[in-house]
Write a protein that binds this ligand. Sequence first.
Ligand code: PFF
Length: 450
Amino acid sequence: MINKTGRGTWANRWTFILATTGSAIGLGNIWKLPYMIGVNGGSAFVLIYILSILLVGIPLLMTEVMLGRRMQKNPMDAMRDLAKESNTSPAWRYIGAMGMLTGVLILCFYSVVGGWVLSYVSQAAQSSFTNITGTESSSHFDALLASPLTLLFWHTIFIMITMTIVARGVTAGLEKANNFLIPSLFAILLVLLGYSMSVGDMAASATFMFTPDFSKITATAALNALGHAFFSLSIGMGSIMVYGSYLQRDASIARTSIYIAIADSLLGLFAGLAIYALVFANQLEPGAGPGLIFQTLPIAFGHMPWGNFFGTLFFILVAFAAATSAMSLVEPTIAWVVENTKVSRKLAATGLGLLIWVVGVAVLLSFNIWQDVKVAFGLGIFDTLDKLTSTIMLPLGGLLMAIFAGHFMQKQYSQQELNLKKSSYQLWRLANSFIAPIAIIAVFILLLTS
Ligand code: PFF
């Protein structure tokens, strides 16, 4: 639907929920959360992750939707106008600028991983995983990383798919895709979970993920868990703000945010449970890192009845989920360009797509030819982009939004937009003015001093 100002709006509240869930659910749930759990000590990470979602994630998700819907503009202009409305400094608009940069930087590595998924769609469809063993599956993945041309091919296809949908515009492109995507992804994950339960070591998986081992809580694990809560919910960079800007005025922000956070967390935890059941049953390494799902899932699909069919379908759905998240990563920038310049949506999408493609090439080379190139803190290109965005830029963006909403935005405006009962409003305000800022700053300090 197109409204008076020529901006699209979501057809109804349900479509907004699906679209925002589509932004939230992506590689973060299926690819990143499972391997981060393994790298960061299992249950300790899961515990901090869940706390971060509850105490920081949900309140900030509400804040971003609220900020976006109030001004119905791209994040940078919305922040400028919100600051003006509350008689405070226009410099708050730089939150929007930082968000645009964050989204673009994330997509530079996200699209490379999206390419891995596409390559796995093609391999599953060609029955490459039939009866595969753990060792074979690992070398399969290593072979993919070692081949710059294959990576380049799939990375290019991923960017092309994403940018084509982005160019078509928010409502036309996104609504249709999301309506079937999320329910199907849940359904196939349940099939996978059922299979892992029957052949994998589900007890070991559940113990690994849910029996708290406080000795494993470190500053790095805490920062990674907090950062991942931001990454997974797509908060801290304006994606949700821009989606909120397309939302009609009558929707309940609180309820919507809670639905989204529950769906997002459940999907990630289901994926984790299914994957670790396979890891433990096949003597694989839980701390294998970014390749974890690509090494474990082919084993499941290679052995289950109808495995080629389920495997292909699974990777197709993950690729779509990645694409709907990828779109939301560039939407703040695209909305800004379209609303402030004469450049068309199509041209903006093409230009940005090219830029991201180029940086993405450097990222994919960091798995092979440029393996030894270190950018910052001794990290390679891929790791630098990932750490910089997930553990610094997203939490920082979230921190600033929380401080703005909790201390600088006039109460009457946030109250009007959120439309909450007094006690719930006070809880939201407490989370934004104190809990979230203190949690984020504490984790930053912990890391700097550890
Ligand atoms: N939430 C997405 C995922 O979990 O895959 C990734 C993402 C999208 C992060 C949009 C940040 C964002 F603004």
